[in-house]
Write a new protein. Structure first.
Lengths: 114, 117
């Protein structure tokens, strides 16, 4: 079965640079979520989109922005990168409608800021 | 808003011994509940989930969890652990929303499980 696809899987950037992460949800899933997991931390919710509109917002820095496109894929843009942005970034997707509430996670994109 | 607490940061058990990882949640109604496992540097693997029905949920790898509404708990259990079970375990809670959109899930701080040979 198709899963959530994240790219790139690994990314190395310098401080103050910009990075873009991409997420391709499971087909027919219309909701996408972004999470950030720092070293030794639990995944923290950043932002979510439903039908291309922002549906919820968590602890996302102002330097970060995200959007969901017409094909439901999503991109997380991170600017003015800081050392503390080094983390594993997860994308998840889910279908709308009454279900189990399960989010389907991708394998994550590891960002290292030097 | 929902929240979840995992009171044990690190647990060590002997191989073959039983395991129970604690999880308490806060939510005004019946939540969605999940347990995930994560090996170092790896992704999140869903062990099991509860959304309705039988309060004792069976998952993969021999794990089970019991939803206890009166205690706001969803503890994870395994009768006999294997060395390969050493990992970080996260409990997570999701809110029930309307038809139009699903809800984010909130993770607990995690419990690191070590296995003693």
């Amino acid at each position: 079965a198709a899963g959530v696809i994240q790219s790139p899987r690994h990314l190395i950037k310098e401080k103050r640079e910009t990075a873009t992460l991409k997420c391709y949800p499971i087909p027919r899933h219309d909701t996408v979520y972004w999470y950030q997991q720092g070293p030794g931390q639990d995944p923290q919710f950043l932002i979510s989109f439903y039908e291309k509109m922002q549906s919820d917002k968590g602890s996302i820095p102002d330097r970060f922005s995200a959007q969901q496109f017409s094909d439901y894929h999503s991109e997380l843009n991170m600017s003015s990168l800081e050392l503390g942005d080094s983390a594993l970034y997860f994308c998840a997707s889910s279908p709308s409608g009454r279900g189990t509430g399960e989010l389907f996670f991708g394998e994550g994109s590891r960002l290292t800021v030097l | 808003a929902q929240s979840v607490t995992q009171p044990d940061i690190h647990i060590t058990v002997s191989e073959g011994a039983s395991l129970e990882l604690r999880c308490n949640y806060s939510y005004g109604a019946t939540p969605y509940l999940f347990w995930y496992v994560q090996s170092p540097g790896q992704g999140l693997q869903l062990l099991l989930k509860y959304f309705s029905g039988d309060t004792l949920v069976q998952g993969i790898k021999g794990f089970e969890a019991e939803f206890k509404r009166s205690q706001s708990s969803f503890n994870l259990r395994k009768p006999s652990v294997h060395w390969s079970d050493a990992a970080e375990y996260f409990c997570a809670v999701g809110a029930r929303k309307g038809y139009s959109s699903a809800s984010k899930i909130i993770f607990g701080s995690g419990t690191r499980l070590s296995i003693r040979p």
